[in-house]
Ligand binder design. Sequence first.
Ligand SMILES: [Zn+2]
Ligand SMILES: [Zn+2]
Length: 246
Amino acid sequence: MILHDLHVHSIQSACGLHTVLEIVDIAAAKGVKTVNICDHGEASGRKVNFGVFVDKRRFPREVRSRSGKSVTILGGIEVNILDEQGNSDLPKKYFSLFDLISAGFHPLTVPLPSAVRNTRALENYLKHSPLDILTHPCIRSAPLDIDRIVDLSLEYGFALEVNNTNLRLGKTDHEQILRMIDIASTRGARLVENSDGHTFAEIGENDKIEELLAYAGCAGSALFLNRDETRLTAFLKERKNLRLPD
Ligand SMILES: [Zn+2]
Ligand SMILES: [Zn+2]
């Protein structure tokens, strides 16, 4: 189980099946303590305007499940990088609203056919836009230059994701992800484990990540920053402070 799952989609994404309150109940029943609601940017079907959900005056951070357990809800987004120039579907005026800004490459938006071009798109995005988590960097449909991504992660401080649902659905390049974990852990780049849950069966699950780690012979607890509440809290604070409005 993932104690702090930083990548879950609600019905505000075209692909998510549950409301935020249903996700709270699902998470509480599984023992998940934190969920980052990470709905897609507009280019891949976000359904509502950004403001209401990420406004803490309107949607509190701590939400009680029907069983009485409290779950921390973070307001996130999974931004689409749209082209090689690094343009995205996250307008600048929203940068400071989110607890976490994740970004990834998705078939509906970019799919640049080469690792060189996708990596250039990410480099250009980083020149003008914030990034806290790079989602599914080893997805086969959008290859990236893994060595360069680890360099960028160290330079900009964003975390590299290991994505349970993509592993389960066979979307991940196994060789690349093992290489990414190896290089990132050796060089001290940040790694997170996330479910990318769209359904109750996926939220909070890390069974395929555990299998991968066992195969690679690595210990997960020190590997992923979201297995440690203190590290996660420091990461959230650092990232939020980077984009406080002037
Ligand atoms: Zn994604
Ligand atoms: Zn996602």
